[in-house]
Design a protein around this ligand. Structure first.
Ligand code: ASP
Ligand code: MG
Length: 440
């Protein structure tokens, strides 16, 4: 059995939902993971932010607007009167709940409950639509089996056991629909797998029952060799290894949640990236096969903060780095890039939630410089660090100020830290020289 995940755009309009129906209705049993309809999660986050900011009236307006939008979509989607009425009743309950939330005081748990509604709505509507169209389908409620632990990692044993239980107790169907993104936390409260987390749901479920394949259906034909939003003439990469895909997803290729391949690589379950708008396109196949050496793809990740930690005490001393890392560990902040010299260490983080507290601790042991608005540009390819052309990077980028470079941390990745304002220029230059074969 395969797991197929469809993103927000794929379920974002009645026309696209009908495309999804065609794709999944091929007679084979499958699990279908759905995101919220496009725009919904952003809107739910905005509602939670209004509540946090004490703007209850703005929140109420947003809830009402969104409800109207759903009513229109349901009328377009469901012409079966009984199903139309039943789905509207469910949707009204959801919006009544959201309405109640607007008068509550803000808590993270409240926000999590609010943002979870998007996937509950889309799956309920889509399941009813399949029933109307005569396709046998059933809902597998994600909150009955999907759970994260204290470290916000999927609790894979719990998920395996409970997915099986829920699946076995569900009437035999062709399509089993479940919600992406949402889960319970270690305390049993509603939580989520972070923005874009439906991809992660799909591979976690894939790993839970050792699926034959996981497919991630979006609105682009696979992972591109550079960022199509900034560079013209990019093309989809037909094959990536798990390592290459993990590096690309982590360092910025927006198409995948950063953790997507983690659950499936041990069991070598292939992940195929496909385009709902163009189902016959090959897309990208992520598997344990490696193909071709040299730079295969470039991605960039914004919103990076660089921290330079200088201390004369580092000179020929041991234990300094341990102290530095312990501070980041205390604030559960992970470090992405790191370079060291005799008297300084520079590192980057992408989550600056606890930056002030971290800096206060670091200042006790060293002199600190902080630069915000940095971007990591990541070059990925099998054995890229050993490739003959890699030396050209410095020639190509001679007029770009490179703040840090990470080379050899893995064989498949070279990362550069630059000012975000230089990002588009850097991506374009790299594209011209590396993929268009212009000789520097
Ligand atoms: N709906 C969630 C989001 O917009 C999860 C997802 O779409 O993957 O982030
Ligand atoms: Mg996504």
């Amino acid at each position: 059995m395969k797991v197929l995940k469809f993103g927000g755009t794929s379920v974002g309009s009645v026309e696209n939902m009908s495309n999804v129906k065609k794709i999944i209705n091929d007679g084979a049993k499958k699990v279908v993971v759905l995101s919220a309809m496009s725009g919904t999660t952003n809107q739910l986050v905005a509602i939670a932010q209004d509540i946090k900011a004490g703007k209850a009236q703005d929140a109420v307006e947003k809830v009402n607007q969104l409800h109207e939008k759903y009513k229109v979509t349901i009328d377009e989607l469901l012409n079966d009167t009984a199903l139309n009425t039943a789905v509207k009743a469910y949707v009204s309950e959801v919006f009544a709940f959201l309405g109640d939330c607007t008068s509550k005081s803000f808590l993270e748990t409240l926000e999590n409950q609010i943002v979870a509604q998007g996937e509950l709505l889309s799956t309920y509507m889509f399941n009813a639509y399949l029933n109307q169209e005569g396709v046998s389908s059933a809902l597998l409620p994600a909150l009955d089996f999907m759970r994260i632990d204290e470290n916000k990692e999927p609790d894979i044993n719990y998920i395996k056991e409970n997915f099986k239980r829920v699946f076995d107790n569900t009437p035999d169907s062709q399509i089993y629909i479940t919600q992406g993104f949402i889960c319970l936390d270690a305390e049993g409260e509603i939580s989520n797998l972070q923005r874009g987390g439906s991809d992660y749901t799909a591979t976690i479920i894939g790993a839970a029952f050792i699926a034959e394949e996981v497919q991630i259906w979006t609105d682009i034909d696979g992972m591109h060799n550079n960022d199509p939003r900034h560079v013209e003439g990019t093309h989809p990469i037909s094959n990536l290894s798990f390592d290459e895909a993990a590096e690309l997803a982590y360092f910025g290729a927006k198409i995948l949640h950063p953790q997507t391949v983690t659950p499936v690589r041990v069991d070598n379950i292939p992940v195929r990236l496909k385009n709902t708008m163009e189902p016959s396109a090959h897309g990208t196949l992520i598997s344990n096969l490696t193909s071709g050496d040299g730079i295969k793809a470039i991605a960039a990740k914004d919103g990076i903060t660089a921290i330079k930690i200088k201390s004369a005490r580092m000179l020929q001393a041991h234990g300094f780095l341990k102290k530095v890392f312990e501070i980041f560990e205390t604030y559960k902040t992970s470090i992405d890039m790191i370079t060291t010299s005799e008297v300084a260490v520079s590192l980057t983080i992408d989550d600056d939630k606890n930056l002030e507290a971290i800096l206060a601790e670091l200042e006790k042991i060293a002199i600190i410089e902080v630069d915000k608005n940095q971007s990591i540009v990541c070059l990925v390819g099998h054995e890229v660090v050993n490739h003959d052309d890699t030396f050209k990077l410095f020639q190509i980028l001679q007029d770009v100020k490179i703040r840090m470079i990470s080379y050899g941390g893995s064989q498949n990745n070279i990362s550069l830290l630059i000012d975000s304002e230089d990002k588009i220029n850097t991506l374009q230059k790299l594209n011209d020289y590396l993929f268009e074969l212009v000789t520097p």
